[in-house]
Design a protein. Structure first.
Length: 368
């Protein structure tokens, strides 16, 4: 479809490759987490770039996401990070998706579907070591469950867990790792040795080499989104995403005029006000009005007044601005940069949510 609106997300695939190369420890596999359309960056394109840079596997949250990657011609192993939705097993296995498993019901559904596939099906047993979202709990119950997996005719290819506090709590992360390794050792004692034991998300990949095991599983960091506390930029990660638009209208308004819905922004002096075609329907949150800044001609300007569904206003003061000028909402312009983390701070959230929430209405363009 022809694009007429100048609003676009540009994703620098060379930044993705750089981040993957930086994150992949020698001798350890890297699974690139590309769920939620690659954290809003475009799953298939990111997956290809990550694989080119040394990733050997991909991770998704949903069967649908895995099938979407297969439709786009991606043949690499894809781990579904939660159990397959009931009813999806046959299609998922036929597409060669690798299931996670942790409940008796889930195992039952898988075993039935695997029987119809006619070739060995490898699965990854997920252990809940303290996150308490999904996974076999308590960890001491995992070895018996592993035996059921094997008895059901499936191949125990992986054993894994997910960290809850790798960005902030070393002792907590060590304890989760200890619980996982206890399961691994118990399995070993029974002669069961999953080829792939894994735990590390982005923060653990960067901060705790002892968690690398057979494979690291970063998401945010491959996009250059900070996993927490500024560790991403300090590690040398490069943000891959630029969200830009362009000025569509410019007005000179007198002191005292108030802007946008609710008239919540009043000009304290005569000012040039620019209109930008980005709104909360694109994922630029309404609460950013009167808080965030954008870049025009390399200068920071305030987002003035309420962000509307499709447009926002910018107070440019006495600076020159013209229709067609580039507006950067996230990313760099001149020597200025607005990070996803900066927007997140205005909203009491994390950079992950900012990039993942950019709407489908905004086209993704891939460069590099
Ligand atoms: C199971 C699992 N592994 C890995 C990741 C990647 O985490 P991060 O983006 O913090 O690296 C996620 C993302 O939330 C996840 O759910």
């Amino acid at each position: 479809m022809t694009r007429y609106r100048p609003t676009v997300v540009e994703v620098d695939l060379e930044a993705i490759r750089h981040n993957v190369r930086l994150l992949k420890p020698p001798g350890v596999e890297l699974l690139a987490v590309v769920k939620a359309d690659g954290y809003g960056h475009g799953a298939a394109e990111v997956a290809r770039a990550a694989l080119e840079a040394g990733a050997t596997r991909l991770g998704v949250a949903l069967v649908e996401e895995g099938l979407g990657l297969r439709e786009r011609g991606i043949a690499a192993p894809i781990l579904v990070l939660s159990e397959l939705s009931r009813g999806s097993e046959k299609e998922a296995l036929a597409a060669g998706l690798t299931p996670s498993v942790y409940t008796d019901d889930g195992l039952g559904g898988l075993a039935e579907a695997a029987g119809a596939i006619g070739r060995p099906v490898g699965v990854h047993l997920k252990v809940d070591t303290g996150m308490h979202r999904v996974g076999r709990w308590p960890p001491q119950a995992a070895p018996a469950f592993a035996r059921s997996i094997v008895e059901a005719g499936l191949v125990l290819e992986g054993l894994w867990t997910h960290f809850a506090v790798a960005d902030e709590d070393e002792a907590g992360t060590r304890e989760q790792l200890r619980r996982l390794l206890e399961v691994r050792d118990a399995l070993r004692a029974e002669g069961l040795e999953p080829a792939c034991v894994h735990a590390a998300n982005s923060a653990a990949t960067i901060r705790f080499p002892q968690t690398h095991l057979d494979l690291v599983r970063p998401g945010a960091a491959i996009y250059g989104v900070d996993p927490g506390g500024g560790i991403g930029p300090r590690f040398g990660l490069r943000p891959a995403l630029t969200w830009r638009s362009a000025v569509t209208m410019v007005k000179r308004l007198p002191v005292g005029e108030r802007l946008s819905y609710g008239w919540r922004y009043e000009l304290e002096r005569d000012a040039t006000v620019a209109t930008v075609p980005v709104g909360y329907a694109d994922g630029y949150r309404r609460a950013l009005g009167n808080r965030a800044e954008v870049l025009i001609r390399g200068v920071r300007h305030a987002v003035a007044g309420t962000v509307t569904m499709d447009q926002l206003l910018v107070d440019c003061g006495d600076r020159e601005v013209a229709v067609g000028d580039e507006v950067v909402l996230v990313g760099a312009q001149g020597d200025q940069r607005i990070t996803a983390e900066e927007l997140a701070a205005h909203l009491g959230t994390i950079g992950y949510e900012i990039v993942a929430a950019i709407g489908e209405r905004v086209p993704r363009e891939h460069v590099g």
